[in-house]
Design a protein around this ligand. Structure first.
Ligand code: FES
Ligand code: FES
Length: 185
């Protein structure tokens, strides 16, 4: 097989200037995961159906599996790795955690990025707007309710308002286990 010629590529990923070279057929998803080791962006269907590969390009959500890396020349790419963990936990990650919205970790990065894009352009989204924003992100395990709750919580927090309380009895934290001796007797 003849190797494809490489083209120079410059882009900014999560604030870092990246200069590299890629084959014209290399997708943004392949560049991120396999060339740059940014494995937070997931390779699900690899054909534009599942949304697991969603990243932001110049602030807009795109499917990285359908985007050629060279199309991002000179542009800003934001991946799930941009969301900071402890000790300065990203508010949306915290909301997902408290609402039990992140489950398998496969769909969650794409959900987070779609939600980030929504919250950047709409500070007061309706639940319908949240559902529309994540409608391209498939999860086959949840009813999406906890995800919508989490995005609404984060929108409220960012506005300086209190998140709506969780319905009594529906907190997602599991009850504490009984002491080991009781369980094993
Ligand atoms: S991996 Fe890109 S949409 Fe499924
Ligand atoms: S929680 Fe990710 S596919 Fe269901």
């Amino acid at each position: 097989m003849v190797a494809e010629p490489q083209e120079p590529l410059q882009l900014v990923i999560n604030g870092d200037n990246v200069r590299t070279s890629v084959a014209p057929s290399r997708t943004l998803l392949e560049l991120l995961r396999y060339d740059l080791d940014l494995t937070g962006t997931k390779q699900g269907c690899d054909k534009g159906d599942c949304g697991a590969c969603t990243v932001l390009v110049d602030g807009e959500p795109v499917l990285a599996c359908l985007t050629l890396a060279l199309m991002c020349h000179g542009r800003q790419v934001t991946t799930v790795e941009s969301l900071s963990g402890a000790p300065s936990l990203d508010g949306l990650l915290d909301a997902f955690d408290r609402r039990g919205a992140g489950q398998c970790g496969f769909c969650t990065p794409g959900m987070l990025m779609s939600a980030k894009a929504l919250l950047a352009r709409d500070k007061r989204p309706t639940r319908a707007a949240v559902r529309a924003a994540i409608s391209g992100n498939l999860c086959r395990c949840t009813g999406y309710g906890a995800i919508v709750d989490a995005v609404m919580d984060e929108a409220a927090r960012a506005r300086g308002e209190r998140a709506s309380p969780m319905p009594s009895g529906e907190e997602h934290a599991p009850p504490p286990l009984p002491p080991y001796r009781e369980r094993s007797s």
